[in-house]
Design a protein around this ligand. Structure first.
Ligand code: FES
Length: 108
């Protein structure tokens, strides 16, 4: 965590809600994305703790990622985007990450 990159955790939802009956991160490749991000963070030695959670209330916009503490949501990344997203995080370019994987609700 630095002044330019004030985050120490990347949280990922991998929830699969009610089979295919409700939208969820698990239904749109969240588990594969989580695996790619976890492996990428470890391979790069990034100072980010990776954690999986059950839900962050953005089920219809996922896969849902969030930087902590108090970071932005990053929404809709796919497994093939993991390396590009990690490039942005490693460079501390949060604006690029939030532009590529935007949260439609800009108040959060
Ligand atoms: S299922 Fe991922 S945010 Fe709810």
């Amino acid at each position: 965590m630095t002044e330019s990159f004030p985050f120490d955790r990347l949280r990922a939802c991998t929830n699969f809600r009610a089979g295919d009956l409700l939208p969820s991160c698990g239904a749109v490749n969240a588990k594969e994305l989580a695996t790619a991000l976890k492996e990428g963070i470890e391979a790069r030695g990034l100072p980010l703790k990776f954690e999986k959670v059950h839900c962050m209330g953005r089920c219809h916009l996922g896969p849902t990622l969030k930087l902590l503490p108090a970071g932005p949501f990053l929404l809709g990344a796919q497994p093939e985007d993991a390396e590009r997203l990690l490039d942005m995080l490693e460079a501390g370019d949060i604006e690029a990450a939030t532009t590529a994987f935007p949260n439609p609700d800009a108040t959060e």
